[in-house]
Write a protein that binds this ligand. Sequence first.
Ligand code: FAD
Ligand code: SIN
Length: 565
Amino acid sequence: MLPLQCPNFFTSRRSTFALIFLQVKQFDFLILGSGIAGLSFALKVAPHGRVAIVTKKDRAESNTNYAQGGIASVTSKTDSFESHVQDTLTAGAGLCKENVVRTIVEEGPARIAELIALGMKFSESEAPSEDGGKQLDLGREGGHSERRILHAKDVTGREIERALLNAISQQPNIEIFENHIAIDLITSAKLQKSEIQNPKLKIENRCLGAYVFDKKSGRVETFSAPVTILATGGCGKVYLYTTNPDIATGDGVAMAYRAGASIADMEFVQFHPTCLYHPKAKSFLISEAVRGEGGILKTLGGREFMDGYHAMKSLAPRDIVARAIDSEMKKSGADCVLLDITHKPAKFIIERFPNIYQTCLRYGIDITKEPIPVVPAAHYQCGGVVTNVDGETDIAGLYAVGEVACTGLHGANRLASNSLLEALVCAHRAAEKILGTHHASRITPPIPLWQSGHATNADELVVVSHNWYEIRRLMWDYVGIVRTNKRLLRAQSRLANLQQEIQEYYWDFNVTADLLELRNIATVAELIVHCALMRPESRGLNYNLDFPNLNSDWAQRDSVVRRGN
Ligand code: FAD
Ligand code: SIN
């Protein structure tokens, strides 16, 4: 019997191939994702071939679009690469790859200059530069010993997306497929399992493209390209409370894992200390820049508490602040803590943080007059698909750039505002690498089309929504800021049951966007738990009460997972 919901591997060779050439969408570069990583890569390669950008919602909808604080980079005379490198290494708690950190920090200013040349408008300082000209305003965030965050007020990401999409719209070689969700990567290893045997393909596991679900037509399309870029961002939606928008379901990590790529350090989920706490607010971040400009964390009773946890107080690295808040909330039983910036002039607050001011006002909080109720929430995935600093994965033809990738820059805890920087630098380096070596007119072999087999339309969608909720709730309760092995094991066994149910559902019923995302969050949740159980120590963002100290055997050691081992 035909397996359900699968590529058409088993159709007779001749008839399949005739169909293939008519129906496969062929490009030189297939980019999955339209955040800063995908868009900046697209602009670099567009002069050299046809580019498809596949993105699951509107083109601007991405984590990038919601970035507030800005991009960390050394642009002032009083700052130095060494200082940025040291701050990154300190935040990363001994797990960063120093050569990667140096490369990304040192190449940052050139990439920022390119972004500005494309039309990105960063906020300018009111104070003139030494020669009387204009200079960019530099913000400060947790873990940074200098002011070095370039920003566009508190809507940096929105401005980045505007500038990049505007540049993209002038490139005839780039086609954007909105409301298209990549389901799975197509690899030569998978083809070998089918009847279509091509001896040449046996040499290496190569990525040949992806199956993509068109949400509007309900059809699954086949995209073929010699180079595929995963730029699918992070996985905040694996947790019940997150700063991330709905797109962040870890699809890239899940797809890469299923394709056989190495995944690492998934236990290091960064919880942002200050997400707005309000029953009607969904995922609204209160930027760390608010603390950078003097905002102070207090208990509901008005007591400042961060001096009891770290010398940098409210501006300590994120893992420390998030844990301190968690601990204060547990001690007092309060639902949130407060972030107070009312001691700053109202005019300054409104001009520097217009989006935060207006949004809080809509919820009845005037941040110039009263403190902001905040809680920690899942924010950033420090681990991901293992790559080098050029975005190369261990599958030929497959690159990963941006939050989906694990380059070694962030180690056990990302330094604030280093992720937009990483995406810019690594997208550039990946493009250079591909154009310099790989791309030379590679011919992609024929790929079987997707077929739905005996799958039918799902009769009970409540199963999908229930499992979505259950995973997010159990990840929040058992795999959160403070962990124990007992809770991790409990999560592991629940996830195994859910995974079985989801797999059955996936094979039996026609795919929908919710089902595809559910399948991915289940996989990513399992990977987070698996990596957390592998690491017998507390380091950076992985805090386990059963192993409260650092373990020297795990210094410089990544927790790496591959399918099948
Ligand atoms: P994203 O920008 O998330 O883009 C991912 C893209 O992939 C989206 O277009 C999405 O639709 C698409 N996609 C996902 N899955 C699929 C699929 N299966 N098929 C097709 N398309 C898919 N970092 C900083 O450095 N500075 C900051 O100030 C900052 N502030 C932040 C504020 C918030 C509220 C959040 C949530 C994050 C913030 N971050 C910040 C983190 C930073 O924004 C992200 O790490 C970064 O934008 C990731 O960029 P990306 O291109 O890798 O992914
Ligand atoms: C923020 O503005 O606090 C987010 C910065 C980041 O996540 O890097």
